[in-house]
Design a protein around this ligand. Structure first.
Ligand SMILES: [Zn+2]
Length: 468
């Protein structure tokens, strides 16, 4: 069976061999062999029907929840979890949807009550970290070697889906990267494939340094965050960052807009492949190699998209993403509300049974609420700001609880009445609304914990925003 972008395509990709003199077929080193073995299963399961997938998910969920009610205080406080374990298989799906949601705030408040007191054998080391947290309080979380192994397997699946050339040079500009050239792409690719070099730069370096560094590195692949990518692609679009070898740009960590995909294509003629993940929940959705939409990673997590009434969204509807990672026994998260929103799609024409998300829209705090109940996720970076207000350095649009808008900005001077008029007209037309808009020049705009300036933030809370 010749499956597109699956493990079958790995044969010609320079597998590593652990035995001297055995070049082909490769005897892959042990850690890589385990990853390949799991990917062989993922290659099969990606084509399963929703029903077959759910049967397997609930089998694993029972194992996770049995562990959780035995060892995790949070799941001992509510009988609903124990009751779910007792319900017959045919009722499991309906009863699962009755289990309480766990919001991020509740997870923060629960703290160590979400940690397992003991782990089953062979789940490996427990590691503890915290989310970078774009805003507010970071969430401390625990994970295991086994959960890390699944992370690596899905990351490898992502490479295989998109048929990357592991011998090529890969550049990474991310928060935790250390500067320098490494001999391989790093985990998980180097466990399985004979990789080319990776070039790494911390994301906090100035934009001019990133540009000069990329020019010197001349990579085939580039991975970074969407906001950094936009700044680099704008330089490239003006002719200041030619990367003639660049084949593909990869993004992680923030929401990708269609305008960014178009900008990257115009700047370098390259495609953009996005990954939807979070540090506490792992890799949750990968971009389909055929359609460019997203597939939930059902082998790793139950991914639900729910409407304001808590019911599953129909195709075409937008709802909140609620996830239950199935294999992290150190800190089980059951029906965890990620705070992100997605649009649900029909079955994917690629044939994969993994649920299709046509768009990942971003977080609640970046959602605009209109008085008629309509909502959207504004993308303000595409407006012609240089023409609208030449002295503008940076801005942030805020929506107040009364729905009105406030544009806070850093600029060389206070906007003139003409500039206010121009910005107001362009902004409200772009947002397709007539909400009141005020201006305020500030010395310094607040950055998120991740060091990012968000274009748009709402003060309307989730309960107010989703009230019918
Ligand atoms: Zn697909």
């Amino acid at each position: 069976m010749n499956e597109p972008g699956g493990i079958d395509s790995a044969g010609g990709m320079g597998l590593r061999t652990a035995v001297e003199g055995i070049a082909w077929p490769a005897i892959v080193p042990d850690a890589g062999a385990h990853l390949l073995a799991l990917n062989l299963q993922l290659d099969r399961s990606q084509w399963w029907s929703l029903e077959v997938m759910q049967q397997h998910q609930f089998k694993q969920l029972r194992a996770l929840l049995a562990h959780a009610v035995a060892t995790v205080p949070h799941y001992q406080r509510d009988d609903a979890y124990r009751d779910w374990l007792c319900c017959p298989d045919e009722d499991a799906r309906t009863a699962f949807r009755e289990l309480p949601l766990l919001t991020r705030r509740q997870a923060q408040e629960a703290g160590k009550a979400l940690y397992a007191s003991v782990l089953p054998d062979h789940h490996g080391m427990v590691s503890e970290d915290e989310t970078s947290g774009s805003t507010g309080v970071p969430l401390r979380y625990r994970t295991t070697s086994v959960a890390g192994f699944f992370w690596n397997a899905i990351a490898l699946r992502e490479h295989l889906w998109h048929r990357r050339d592991f011998a090529a040079r890969h550049a990474f500009i991310r928060s935790r990267d250390e500067a320098g050239l490494a001999p391989t792409w790093g985990l998980p690719s180097n466990l399985v494939f004979a990789c080319g070099e990776s070039a790494n730069l911390p994301i906090r370096r100035p934009l001019s340094e990133k540009r000069d560094w990329l020019l010197a590195m001349n990579p085939h692949y580039l991975m970074t965050t969407p906001s950094t990518l936009r700044a680099l692609a704008e330089i490239a679009f003006e002719g200041g960052l030619p990367l003639p070898r660049l084949r593909e740009v990869r993004t992680v960590g923030e929401t990708v807009t269609d305008s960014l995909r178009q900008l990257v294509h115009k700047a370098w003629g390259a495609g953009l492949v996005d990954i939807y993940s979070s540090s506490e929940c792992g890799l949750l959705a990968l971009q389909c190699p055929q359609t460019g939409h997203f597939h939930a990673q059902s082998e790793w997590a139950v991914v639900e998209v729910l409407n304001p009434q808590g019911k599953p969204c129909a195709p075409g509807d937008v709802g909140r993403i609620v996830v239950s990672p199935l294999h992290n026994f150190a800190m089980p998260l059951v029906r965890y509300d990620t705070g992100d929103f997605a649009e649900v799609g029909e079955a994917c024409p690629c044939g994969r049974g993994l649920p299709r998300l046509t768009r990942i829209l971003g977080r609640h705090r970046n959602r605009l609420f209109l008085p008629d109940g309509d909502t959207s996720w504004p993308n303000l970076s595409s407006l012609p700001w240089v023409d609208l207000a030449p002295s503008l350095h940076r801005f942030q649009l805020l929506q107040r609880r009364d729905h009105s808008l406030l544009l806070r900005y850093e600029a060389g001077q206070v906007f003139s009445p003409d500039e206010c008029e121009r910005v107001s007209r362009a902004l409200l037309a772009h947002l397709r609304c007539t909400l009141p808009l005020a201006f305020e020049r500030v010395q310094a705009l607040p950055l998120s914990n991740a060091g990012k300036l968000e274009d748009f933030i709402t003060e309307i809370d989730a309960a107010q925003g989703t009230r019918p």
